[in-house]
Design a binder for this molecule. Structure first.
Ligand code: AHR
Length: 507
């Protein structure tokens, strides 16, 4: 690539993909490691409120702009008895959590999560256990959670202090049921039937629920594609969404491939859409299935595989507490770009996970909480992506990667909020050596004005945020953004996440 490399794109208010789905900015709280215990919940912490919720973490969750939180797993849910986590705390059982070889104290459960979600101002999304349990337990949980009163389980909830039903509209029918590591792992036929019958029964309680069937655990599962097709053949008319999970990591010193991870996410979404639409055509179905990308992030899984799960049965062990650097933040920003550009078919997404466990937020027991590098692109996208996602075709030089073939050096998406009169461009540079300029033609919008621009980059792409230096990596004012005559020239430093806000005429 030459030092003066240029990429370009043309934006037009009439060329749109779909409205921004607010559920794109979801996250995930699992009973795993320290996500719940000493993450969001730590009675005795100096910042804890009367429920034991860490208010320093709550403040960061609100700042992050997370819109929805999936709970309680993850692999954990496939062995979970929800009844263990309600009612008087001193009567709750201690259990073995087989998924993470941990002891679950059940001090935090459904009622605590619902109170926490209300305080965090996030929509609660629940997963039911279809590993070791089935239709009856799912319907029982639905009754406990959403029926106003007058039945055994709704009255049980009220006796636990929750007079009103909880506002849970979206439900995941199990978790990663294709994975042999999953407690109660199933074949596609077994799971497809169970998901269909669970969905049918849940809809008898409330036909308007949003129900998510499990897709593949990742795109490299040997059954990927066939799994989705079989599950949807059983459950197409009974569910709304199929899930997708993807975790990325840098392998060795191959930064170029890592930075291009969003190409894999693009291909993943396209493949699931094609599979779902294939089932639609064969089954003569009218509606379209959308995707719940309900686990995604950078995760250094190799490190976990080396370390392995705990060998002792312990409470809230330190598990997969990855520390993220600048490059990881750029990848996370790029994954958000991918999710946004698929807003016509990706109806919801959950970054995994919220705190400590591959978390955007880190917290220490009895100590502080801080923002990881990946916190920042998420917070900016959640705050600023509003209105319609615009159709973006980036013309960019490419570079060769070992994992994803030729990759464009620049990737971008843009959103347009006509009512507020704001257009926002989110762009990454995957160049590892030279700056690259992105030219954006905005003339179709009329009179436009640059209002703000930030960049997250660093001379050291390995720079991280730590307890001692929590704000080492933050978005800073951009000195490379110029808007003139309806054309934006954005000079992006290597390995960078760039956000440009432009005032446009309201309509
Ligand atoms: O997020 C960590 C784990 O990754 C989840 O429990 C599981 O669903 C996935 O494999």
């Amino acid at each position: 690539m030459s030092p003066t490399a240029t990429a370009s794109l043309v934006l037009h208010p009439a060329f749109t993909v779909a409205p921004v789905n607010r559920r794109t900015f979801g996250s995930f709280v699992e009973h795993m490691g320290r996500c719940v215990y000493t993450g969001i919940f730590e009675p005795g912490h100096p910042s804890a409120d009367e429920d034991g919720f860490r208010t320093d973490v709550l403040d960061l969750v609100r700042e992050l702009g997370v819109t929805a939180v999936r709970y309680p797993g993850g692999n954990f849910v496939s062995g979970y008895r929800w009844e263990d986590g309600v009612g008087p705390v001193e009567q709750r059982p201690r259990r073995l959590d087989l998924a993470w070889h941990s002891v679950e104290t059940n001090r935090f459960g459904l009622d605590e999560f619902m109170r926490w979600a209300a305080r965090a101002d996030v929509e609660p999304v629940l997963a039911v256990n279809l590993g070791t349990r089935g239709v009856q337990e799912a319907v029982d949980l639905l009754e406990y959670t959403t029926v106003a009163g007058g039945t055994a389980l709704s009255e049980l909830r009220r006796s636990h202090g929750a007079e009103q039903p909880y506002p849970v509209r979206a439900w995941c029918l199990g978790n990663e049921m294709d994975g042999p590591w999953q407690t109660g792992h199933k074949t596609a036929h077994e799971y497809g039937r169970l998901a269909a019958e669970t969905a049918r029964a849940m809809r008898m309680v409330d036909p308007g629920l949003t129900l998510v069937a499990c897709g593949s655990s990742n795109r490299s599962m040997p059954t990927f594609g066939a799994w989705e097709a079989t599950v949807l053949e059983h459950a197409y008319e009974l569910v709304d969404q199929i899930s997708a999970h993807a975790y990325y990591q840098q392998v060795g010193d191959d930064l170029g491939s890592h930075l291009a991870a969003a190409l894999d996410m693009d291909a993943f979404v396209d493949a699931v859409v094609a599979t779902a639409d294939g089932v639609r055509a064969v089954g003569r179905h009218a509606k379209r299935i959308t995707i719940a990308f309900d686990e995604w992030n950078v995760w250094y899984q190799d490190r976990f595989d080396e370390q392995g799960p705990p060998t002792e049965w312990v409470e809230a062990p330190r598990l997969i507490e990855d520390t993220y650097d600048v490059a990881d933040a750029v990848v996370v920003g790029n994954l958000l770009i991918s999710l946004l550009r698929h807003s016509d078919r990706v109806a919801s997404a959950c970054q995994a996970q919220l705190v400590n466990v591959i978390g955007m937020i880190r917290s220490e027991p009895g100590g502080p909480a801080w923002r990881q590098t990946i916190f920042h692109p998420f917070a900016q996208a959640a705050a600023l992506a509003r209105g319609e996602v615009l159709r973006v075709q980036v013309r960019s030089p490419t570079y060769e990667t070992a994992l994803h073939g030729d990759a464009p050096v620049v990737d971008a998406v843009a959103t347009h909020d006509a009512e507020a009169g704001e257009l926002v461009v989110f762009a990454v540079s995957r160049s590892t050596t030279e700056p690259v300029t992105l030219d954006v033609d905005l003339r179709a919008f009329g009179d436009v004005r640059l209002t703000a621009a930030t960049v997250l980059a660093d001379d050291d792409v390995r720079a991280v945020n730590t307890e001692r230096e929590p704000d080492r990596v933050v978005p800073r004012p951009h000195d490379g953004a110029v808007l003139d005559g309806g054309r934006l020239a954005l000079r992006m430093p290597p390995v960078s996440w760039n956000v440009v806000r432009v005032a446009v005429p309201r309509s």
